[in-house]
Design a protein around this ligand. Sequence first.
Ligand SMILES: Nc1ncnc2c1ncn2[C@@H]1O[C@H](COP(=O)(O)OP(=O)(O)O)[C@@H](O)[C@H]1O
Ligand SMILES: [Mg+2]
Length: 355
Amino acid sequence: MSGTSLDGADAAVVDFSGPAPRTLAFASIAYPQVLRDRLMALSHDGSDSLEVAGRVSLELADLYAAVVDEALRQAGVSRSQVKGVGVHGQTVRHRPAEGFTIQLNDPARVAERCGIDVVADFRRRDMAAGGQGAPLVPAFHDAVFRDPRRARAVVNIGGIGNITWLAPGRATVGFDCGPGNVLMDAWAERHLDARFDEDGKWAASGRVDNEFLGRLLSEPYLGEAPPKSTGRELFRKDWLEPLLPSQARAQDVQATLAEFTARTIVEAIDRFCPGTEEIYLAGGGARNVHLVARIGDLAKGRPVAPTDALGVPTQHVEAVAFAWLAMKCLAREPIDMAAVTGAKGPRILGAIYPA
Ligand SMILES: Nc1ncnc2c1ncn2[C@@H]1O[C@H](COP(=O)(O)OP(=O)(O)O)[C@@H](O)[C@H]1O
Ligand SMILES: [Mg+2]
């Protein structure tokens, strides 16, 4: 799995033979800076280059194969014991309104290098069936994080934030609620020369600018009802720039971006996930101590806990989810994303590249 944050690729080796998925190993490989810069450039309009996309796809495929190797080595599991590898690819364009989404990858090359069946291209069939193509992880949350009595919200804080609402007797709802780490990462990169604000310490040192916060919160996407999905094409530099205060300390901007992220998450739960009694957090943002504390304060007494409490560590959830989605595809099991993405009905998601 490699998400919008462009931090790197994660791999989980998962055994689904028992009642609950069991992660045997988890590995990560960070993107080299040059690859990250190229992906960042491809994610924005006007920088298109088929040449760069082609080369980057090969580089990604090799990195994906390497992280699979590393996870298998850690797990002590041989290739022949693995049914399939789910490889998400790197999203560089996501345009649900126009009906397309592009994940760079070369799944044939991953299959060649790994010698294991590869499942890739999970999103396009959902879009072809009229869906948003995202988020897909709610299907996995539904399968493993549901409680028969208590309404739960599971929040994945990656580059973009997405929420899954699991309420007893109700269809699972899931949607992208807004930025996860993208804005905070961009600001940290600009002022700290770091890829992110570790543990949110820098944000915690600043003060929230309420006028600026108000401008951020007036983004119309936040009020739109699900199904909805978004990406770097909305929450990007050109979006933030005109909203910035004319004079401000950089740490106060970071504090406000963190507050904005926390507010969009809790307000989306209040608006679109009525009756939520418990909130669970996953993704890289769950390691941002300051952000998690702010979500806790805004949650009005509801418990906020990492998904570790539900048996899957926060950093593993997305990689395990794509292993699960690959398993469903290989079994030719359709997944009903209608209530999440707005797809017309159950579809088999993914394309298979045999070993
Ligand atoms: N210790 C930490 N403190 C603050 N933020 C963190 C920390 N560790 C990871 N992150 C954030 O998590 C992001 C990566 O999260 P991830 O779930 O992999 O997102 P994606 O799915 O978009 O790749 C990083 O870009 C960073 O913003
Ligand atoms: Mg990541």
